[in-house]
Design a protein around this ligand. Structure first.
Ligand code: UT7
Length: 334
């Protein structure tokens, strides 16, 4: 007979305790990018809603940006780093397959005994992380979790590719997750569609680059229209499913914070969801660009800090991107 094993047991519920953001100093205008691509400020604003974006400095790493955002988030939550049991970095732009950026970040923020892991789910990474983090808190694997969505996409775009160069940018958004007496994170609606693997991919693998080489270091490559159609057609349905799963109506929302992929995708989702006019919608993409896993926490931080949405209010979040993968849930704002 097998020995009796004590089951793991954690908090009844989990919640987001704080959010913080880090936006690199350098502002990159559309005009600057148009020195390399056949485009215009007008076209970029009209087709994506992007006015400007931020790029990290050459010597500023994914981990550096994450440390900044995570440190602020811990301070805002009033949580001592020694009580953090898990540090998760949602990122696809850390340039080392191993070791993880999360282990470095955990050490540098003082979470010296925390488990640490990088999570690769592209623009859905933050929402994937919310599900993993809250599950770990409820299972007893950690009392507090630091989750950072962080990207340095400027390292992985081809500045001469007019399909991607104007879209992607750099930044970090972090949350601290912790125990809660009441439900504050709704059921996740998530999934993947690997049949559309090629919709957002790399021009070649790092191994092919090593063996064969090429003029361009591996860069992001996107079938923009294909992703656009999928996002507009399918993602509003998933967002509506997340509302249903949490038994929250669109009318009850205090914020809609979708991944900042393209302003026109956000507009289309708002229409498809029949979102009431009183619900504030994240439009952080205008000055931040598409920062993949960082875009939702950055937008959340900006709206809260500007007083556009209430602390303790109810928000619908949805991330979607390369894979293709997606995740949506209703959360109580920190
Ligand atoms: O975050 C991860 C998920 N990613 C996304 O959700 C991104 C989804 N896709 C998009 O946001 C859009 O597809 C883009 C913003 C990338 C492109 O916008 P679009 O409206 O889909 O443009 P398009 O590819 O349909 O091109 C329309 C026209 C074409 O010209 P013709 O054939 O109509 O004469 C393109 O050649 O615009 C042209 N074009 C450009 N013109 C100026 C394409 N890119 C550019 C450009 N500047 N950068």
């Amino acid at each position: 007979m097998s020995a009796a094993i004590t089951p793991s047991r954690g908090a009844n519920y989990a919640r987001i305790l704080s959010v913080a953001g880090y936006r690199p100093e350098r502002v990159v205008t559309n005009d600057e990018l148009c020195e390399r691509i056949d485009s215009s400020d007008e076209w970029i604003r009209e087709r994506s809603g992007i006015i400007e974006r931020r790029y990290a400095a050459p010597d500023e790493s994914v981990a550096d940006m994450a440390v900044n955002a995570a440190g602020q988030a811990l301070e805002r939550a009033g949580v001592d780093p020694s009580r953090v049991g898990l540090v998760m970095l949602a990122t696809v732009t850390h340039p080392f397959p191993t070791p993880s950026a999360a282990a470095d970040v955990a050490h540098r923020i003082g979470a010296t005994t925390a488990a640490a892991i990088d999570l690769s789910a592209a623009c859905a990474g933050f929402c994937y992380g919310i599900e993993f983090g809250s599950s770990v808190i409820r299972s007893g694997g950690a009392e507090y979790v630091v989750l950072v969505g962080v990207e340095k996409l400027s390292d992985w775009i081809d500045p001469d590719d007019r399909g991607t160069a104007f879209l992607f940018a750099d930044g970090a958004g972090a949350v601290v997750l912790g125990p809660s007496d009441e439900p504050a994170i709704g059921p996740v609606v998530w999934g993947s569609d690997g049949s559309q693997l090629e919709a957002i991919t790399m021009t070649q693998s790092l191994i092919d680059y090593k063996l064969v080489g090429g003029e361009i270091f591996p860069a992001l490559e996107m079938q923009g229209q294909q992703v656009f159609r999928w996002a507009v057609g399918e993602m509003a349905k998933k967002a509506a499913e997340a509302l249903d799963a949490a038994a929250v109506s669109a009318d009850d929302l205090d914020a809609f914070i979708p991944h900042q992929a393209n302003m026109r995708i956000t507009d289309a989702m708002v229409r498809a969801l029949k979102l009431p006019e009183h619900v504030p919608v994240a439009r952080d993409i205008a000055h931040t660009g598409n920062t993949s896993a960082a875009s939702i926490p950055l937008a959340m931080q900006a709206m809260l800090d500007a007083g556009e949405i209430p602390h303790g209010g109810t928000a619908l979040v949805i991330g979607f991107g390369a894979g293709l993968v997606y995740a949506a849930q209703v959360v109580t704002l920190p």
